[in-house]
Design a protein around this ligand. Structure first.
Ligand code: CA
Length: 233
């Protein structure tokens, strides 16, 4: 599965994490200080780092910054403080996700899976040359989109949103995933998405009440699919 570096000074938490991650067939190395963590990532390749923020030698934010200085390995921070401002700051400083202690192993596994999927997708094959869904045609390289042969004038974010959804036609994309993939945030409010969706809808000539391509499934997510056959069009 994945090779994981656990950075945690609490011996009890650390052994529990190692045991559970190993049982889930991950390869685990572990250290108890930030400096040891830096040495580890300099010498070994990890798929993900789980970083405790309360370490004896360095402040968590400091540790994250130094890690980021030498590697772009995905980092999930584990914090005992449910402090929104602090978490948002760390996410902006390069953390990929976070967990508030105490967390369950299932929760950690889920976060790890999501972070790994994102990391792998980012490093995977180049974007396709052209995405076509119904009358939509999207060129990710040139960042141009057309609807029924007419160019769409989209902002950067609208384009990213459209291209991401069009790349998985018919799939309901959860809002969390949109935030992560289009906004590169693992944390944010739904309004951001709603506002951009409504702008995008207007440019596609549709409304939430009468969708053609963009369908919002309340409480679930958003999907893009070709319009059903429309008499008279
Ligand atoms: Ca600690």
């Amino acid at each position: 599965m994945a090779s994981v570096l656990v950075v945690e000074d609490d011996q009890f938490v650390r052994s529990a994490l190692i045991r559970h991650l190993t049982e889930a067939s991950h390869t685990v190395r572990s250290v108890g200080t930030a400096l040891e963590a830096l040495r580890e990532v300099a010498h070994f390749r990890f798929d993900v780092v789980v970083l405790d923020l309360g370490l004896p030698d360095l402040d968590g934010a400091e540790a994250l910054k130094m890690l980021r200085g030498i590697t772009d390995v995905p980092v999930i921070i584990a914090t005992a403080r449910d402090d929104e401002t602090e978490i948002v700051r760390l996410l902006n400083d390069g953390a990929d996700d976070y967990l508030v202690k105490p967390f369950s192993v299932e929760h950690l596994s889920a976060r790890m899976t999501a972070v790994l999927r994102r990391a792998r997708a980012a490093g995977a094959e180049p974007p396709p040359t052209l995405i076509r869904v119904g009358g939509l045609s999207i060129d990710p390289l040139r960042r141009q989109a057309e609807l029924d042969g007419l160019p769409l004038d989209l902002t950067r974010r609208e384009f990213d949103l459209l291209a991401f959804l069009a790349g998985r036609p018919g799939v309901v994309v959860p809002r969390k995933e949109l935030l992560a993939e289009v906004w590169q945030q693992s944390y944010g409010d739904d309004q951001t998405i709603d506002v951009h969706l409504s702008w995008l809808r207007r440019k596609l000539g549709e409304t939430a009440a009468q969708p053609r391509y963009l369908h919002t499934l309340r409480g679930v997510g958003v999907k893009l699919e070709p319009p059903r056959s429309e008499p008279g069009r």
